[in-house]
Design a protein around this ligand. Structure first.
Ligand SMILES: Cc1cc2nc3c(=O)[nH]c(=O)nc-3n(C[C@H](O)[C@H](O)[C@H](O)COP(=O)(O)OP(=O)(O)OC[C@H]3O[C@@H](n4cnc5c(N)ncnc54)[C@H](O)[C@@H]3O)c2cc1C
Length: 425
């Protein structure tokens, strides 16, 4: 029998491993196991809906799913239908590509108030993730949002919130969710970082995009900008580009914009206040001892990273090995850092290692047949590639132009739409 590989997680990393192994070892049998009925991970549920997925990545992901040696098993989860020991008994190699854990919390008093969200959860709701069906509460009262973070995810969230209702009609966004966002009487989006301006991990191109927003104008803390400009001569190329992007934003003449995106720096979160929901956030200024600052905000979105997904990161080496025959790829391997192109490149190296270590000896493991039997005994109904294709077709058929699709959002609807006559074996 030929090499059998189980890949857990069908996000960019899992798909890249599958595609690479399918390409280099077409005789292998690769089972791509996914807890949701749909593939793509954060490429579907994380990407801001006003961004299109890179065409090369779209092609790669579609090719991986359709490759002959690959079978998609949606709606089955590691830790629910089976554990790692089960998979290791069934397969020659197991690759864990389950992504990162939940949003990192602010960890300050008031963190549990209603209206305090993580950026990952917020974007998953916006993108129609069936595991996050409810909207943040009372959006119709939100005049001011505080986005905490200095990385690209913070900027993605701020930009999306600042979009006008008309701009949102062009985004890959469910019309009901777009309408829920448009109801917000939003006047200010604060983007707050604890470090100085030059420590921001915003992409200059993303900052430049804020100039094109129909209803919003950016405002940069003038003191932070002046401090950064004083250091300009000694900066490397990337920092200079970042500074230029901020300076260009600050130089846009004041206009009639109804919404302001205000960038603050050097503010350390201290406390969140409110009765039922959050009403304001208090910060200290480490550079000015004893000075606090309060910002009003009825919605607070923390874009400060993600928890690790499990213990893999403590066990995994930098080439993806956890134990003989057991590997990790993507954010499950390296933590929540790196965009999709980087993750794909890294995951391909893990795939190469799997192939190298598997060698050419014939497999004695049951692989796919064993998985099917196991799922049958546990009463689990998996979604096949054909099932995902039915979901895909239904979503495209329901699209409200100019949007490319209208996502099915309820788990049961996804499962009913996926149901079909074929068997997975
Ligand atoms: C909010 C946000 C916006 C981003 N925007 C961009 C962007 O614009 N451009 C860019 O290049 N990168 C972006 N990224 C980064 C990009 O999403 C990651 O680099 C990439 O998704 C990591 O891939 P992954 O496969 O490791 O994890 P994921 O994409 O998280 O995929 C993990 C998969 O595993 C599945 N899974 C989890 N647990 C189990 C289980 N127990 N059993 C079975 N399956 C399981 C999940 O459902 C998921 O499908 C963004 C990230 C975030 C959080």
């Amino acid at each position: 029998m030929s090499l059998s590989v189980a890949i857990v997680g069908s996000g960019p990393a899992g798909l890249a491993v599958a595609e690479r192994i399918a390409h280099k070892a077409p005789q292998a049998r690769i089972d791509l196991i996914e807890k949701l009925p749909v593939p793509f991970g954060l490429a579907r549920y994380g990407l801001a809906p006003d961004r299109a997925l890179d065409k090369k990545l779209t092609t790669l992901f579609t090719r991986a799913l359709a490759a002959k040696p690959v079978a998609f098993w949606g709606n089955v989860a590691l830790g629910r239908e089976f554990d790692l020991a089960d998979l290791r008994m069934l397969y020659d190699a197991v690759v864990v590509a389950t992504g990162a854990g939940p949003d990192r919390r602010l960890g300050i008093p008031g963190d549990g108030l209603s209206g305090v969200w993580g950026a990952g959860a917020f974007l998953r709701w916006v993108n129609g993730d069936p595991e996050l069906a409810s909207a943040p509460p009372a959006l119709d009262r939100v005049r001011s949002v505080i986005v905490v973070g200095q990385g690209s995810v913070a900027l993605e969230v701020a930009r999306l919130l600042a979009r006008s209702a008309k701009e949102l009609t062009k985004a890959d966004l469910d019309p009901d969710i777009a309408a829920t966002l448009a109801v917000m009487p939003l006047q200010t989006v604060h983007v707050v970082g604890r470090n100085d301006l030059l420590a921001s991990r915003f992409q200059p191109a993303d900052l430049a995009e804020l100039k094109k927003l129909a209803r919003a104008q950016a405002a940069i803390d003038p003191e932070a900008l002046a401090q950064a400009e004083a250091l300009a001569d000694g900066l490397d190329r990337d920092r200079k580009a970042l500074l230029r992007a901020f300076a260009a934003l600050a130089a846009v003449p004041r206009n009639e914009a109804r919404l302001s995106i205000r960038f603050h720096f050097h503010l350390r979160p201290l406390r969140l206040d409110g009765t039922v929901g959050v009403e304001r956030m208090l910060f200290t200024r480490p550079d000015r001892l004893g000075q606090n600052l309060a910002l009003r905000g009825e919605l607070v979105i923390a874009a400060i990273g993600f928890e690790r997904c499990a213990d893999y990161d403590r066990l995994v080496d930098d080439r993806g090995l956890i134990a003989p025959g057991l590997y990790a790829a993507g954010w499950a391997k390296r933590g929540a850092a790196g965009g999709m192109a980087e993750i794909v490149a890294d995951a391909r190296l893990v795939a190469d290692r799997v192939l190298k270590e598997a060698g050419t000896a014939p497999s004695t493991k049951p692989g796919r047949v064993g998985l099917a039997r196991l799922l049958e005994t546990r009463g689990a109904g998996a979604v096949s590639l054909a099932g995902w294709q039915r979901i895909d077709a239904a979503e495209k058929a329901a699209a409200v132009k100019p949007r490319p699709r209208r996502r099915l959002r309820a788990l049961q609807t996804l499962l009913t739409t996926a149901a079909g006559p074929e068997r997975l074996l």
